[in-house]
Design a protein around this ligand. Structure first.
Ligand SMILES: [Zn+2]
Length: 419
């Protein structure tokens, strides 16, 4: 971003701060929030990994129907984000570079978490929020050390160093709440933990950490450790580590080849628990929430499981909206880090004009409340560079109006969090 653009953004931001403090804000869904005197303190950022406009539209048709609207689309402010990385060899981002742009305001190369294009460590928002006195948390259906959360809470040159990322959670960024999959990276080889090595559904899984027993270290550091839904429900307020799978909390495969989306604890439940813990801090919090299934099943062009993942995400947004309805100091943002699958939504037809696998179309799927049907068609098993929609409500949400680089999300979140 050039200097004049930055100055312009600052002016817009200052105006918006003044407006949000002094005047009531009329939201598009007819909810009036009397924001006089309300200070912005907290952020809930919800990432549908790999989710762009077609994923949202397919989910709208499937879950809400032609005249319906998803909770994520009822947020009163919407805009677009570009997702380009700063990578010498590719124009299309991965999740690590995309999340680093969000977490640091700096575009970097694919694979980097929290470091710049020269490998230099950057200030990351998860650690900065903690240093500012906020509580912090991350909730995901991926490994808790996967690229998106990793970029907010660690600095590594290579996203695949997930055991090192876990170690940095305990020694560097210290998030209060860590919920998701990825137990394999927290335990050394030969220590299976709560989730057995070589399970039938994926014999390649097994503990493989090289940084010692990090679950035990977390316990020593005051984390309450849980590994199933019952333990999570009864966990006390305070530092919380929950690992609910060896790797992702689902099995990402092509349709009919052992693909499963049935997380042992759903994303909405994990998010509700995280909000209960983090909301106890009067200084506010930063919470990153991620539905990973959208991306992983888009890589496999598996539309049935993408729609299940989108339903999980939608229920999670409903939980977050219920929270911000009674906490007007909290900014809620729903977006995706990049598009995956080159997905589009089409009419049913007798022929698939885009040919056979991997770009074969999926469906038809019913349009909710209608006799009509639609198909989901893919153009790639990789990521694409199209824009992602962003929707938001709460303090400074209006700054998401328009089209911005993904680093803009960082700039807005940093303002709300006072860092
Ligand atoms: Zn991906």
């Amino acid at each position: 971003m050039d200097f004049s653009h930055r100055r312009c953004l600052l002016a817009v931001a200052v105006t918006a701060v003044a407006a949000s403090v002094v005047t009531p804000v009329l939201l598009a869904d007819s909810t009036t929030v009397a924001s006089r005197g309300v200070r912005a303190t907290s952020v809930i950022l919800i990432n549908g990994d790999g989710m762009a406009a077609a994923h949202r539209e397919a989910a709208r048709l499937y879950l809400a129907g032609l005249d319906g609207q998803l909770a994520m689309d009822r947020l009163p402010v919407s805009g677009q984000l570009t997702t380009s990385p700063h990578d010498p060899s590719t124009a299309v981002t991965d999740s690590a570079a995309a999340a680093t742009a969000w977490a640091t305001g700096v575009r970097t190369y694919n694979g980097a978490t929290g470091v710049d294009v020269d490998g230099r460590p950057l200030a990351v928002l998860g650690q900065q929020a903690k240093a500012a006195g906020k509580s912090t948390g991350l909730v995901t259906t991926a490994q808790v050390t996967d690229a998106s959360p990793a970029a907010f809470f660690s600095r590594t040159a290579d996203r695949s160093a997930q055991d090192e990322i876990a170690r940095q959670y305990l020694t560097f960024s210290r998030p209060d709440v860590v919920l998701g999959g990825g137990e394999d990276w927290w335990l050394p080889r030969g220590t299976p933990g709560a989730w057995p090595d070589k399970p039938a559904e994926d014999p390649s899984e097994g503990s493989r950490g090289t940084r010692g027993d990090l679950v035990e270290q977390a316990r020593r550091d005051g984390y309450h450790y849980v590994s199933n839904a019952e333990q999570l429900a009864s966990a006390p307020r305070g530092r919380l580590l929950g690992l609910f799978a060896n790797e992702e909390m689902f099995q990402q495969r092509p349709e009919g080849e052992g693909d499963v989306y049935s997380p042992p604890v759903d994303l909405a439940t994990m998010t509700g628990k995280a909000l209960d813990v983090l909301g106890a801090n009067g200084k506010g919090f930063f919470l990153l929430v991620e539905e990973e299934g959208v991306d992983e099943f888009s890589h496999h062009n598996n539309a049935t499981r993408v729609l299940q993942s989108m339903r999980s995400l939608e229920r999670t947004v409903e939980v977050a909206r219920a929270y911000v309805a009674t906490h007007p100091d909290t900014l809620l943002v729903v977006t995706g880090d990049h598009e995956c699958g080159g997905l589009t939504v089409e009419n049913t037809s007798d022929t698939d004009e885009s040919g056979s696998a991997p770009s074969a179309e999926d469906g038809p799927f019913p349009v909710h409340g209608s006799t009509l049907r639609f198909v989901m068609d893919w153009t790639t098993t990789g990521h694409t560079g199209v824009d992602v929609p962003v929707t938001a409500e709460g303090p400074l949400a209006e700054l998401f109006t328009g089209k911005h680089p993904n680093t803009h999300l960082h700039d807005v979140l940093a303002r709300v969090l006072g860092i």
